[in-house]
Design a protein. Structure first.
Length: 237
């Protein structure tokens, strides 16, 4: 059994905000080590040097605690992320934001899996704060696309929703095996592959022979439809 961390002051004697912060940090550690299926609030309490009942003074349920941990991590990701310079070429900017999203999954697979497997299928997901945070993460990617359109580097006649679904659908399917604990993936290779396919499909006409675009767009739309079908079957929105 895990023991209370001797380097932490007695949690019960700290101000409320500090008690909550220590509980959430211990919960993140247990979640990372055990996975959410084996997550126990009793182990969190032991690491904090408090009773299990104390945790429920601040978090209504175990699930509520896990949601708060996930929200805090995603907020940290947004705060720490450094956007690429506007002077950077559009393709490199696109690679950067795709790489960042893949690295989020690579660094925190348990939290990512909790959000994908437990929260997104929830009918109330769109009312949760985590949903708003995810929208802000997606917006960082789409801002790069819109800026590319404004520069004339990317086509403006393709649905932004389609482009978003293609990017994030590809990210989810590239990382799905990893999240299920059945393999690994290279962030660099996956980011390069996704960027290459997406950029080639939405680059301005000057970047390819004009006669190729109708067929390319048709293939892109067909792939998006197939991807949507696959994500529904895997309980992903």
């Amino acid at each position: 059994m895990a023991r209370a961390n001797p380097s932490r002051p007695a949690t019960r004697r700290l101000p409320r905000d500090q008690r909550v912060a220590i509980i959430m940090q211990s919960a993140r550690e247990v979640l990372r080590e055990r996975g959410y299926e084996q997550f126990l609030t009793s182990e969190v309490a032991e690491r904090c040097g408090i009773s299990e009942g104390t945790i429920y003074k601040y978090f209504a349920t175990k699930r509520d605690l896990l949601i708060k941990v996930a929200e805090a991590w995603f907020e940290e990701f947004l705060t720490a992320e450094t956007p690429p310079s506007l002077q950077t070429p559009t393709r490199d900017r696109l690679f950067h934001v795709i790489w960042n999203n893949l690295s989020l999954v690579r660094r925190q697979p348990t939290l990512s899996r909790f959000v994908l497997m437990e929260l997104r299928p929830d009918p109330k997901y769109r009312t949760m704060r985590i949903y708003g945070i995810n929208k802000r993460i997606a917006e960082k990617v789409m801002a790069v696309v819109r800026e590319g359109v404004a520069r004339g580097d990317l086509r403006g006649d393709i649905s932004l929703k389609l482009i978003r679904d293609m990017i994030f659908g590809a990210i989810e399917h590239q990382t799905w095996t990893y999240l299920r604990g059945e393999g690994d993936f290279s962030v660099e290779d996956a980011a390069e592959g996704i960027t290459d396919v997406v950029f080639r499909g939405i680059a301005a006409r000057s970047a390819a022979a004009p006669g190729d675009w109708d067929g390319a767009l048709a293939r892109l739309e067909k792939a998006a439809a197939k991807l949507e079908s696959l994500t529904r079957s895997a309980a992903l929105p």
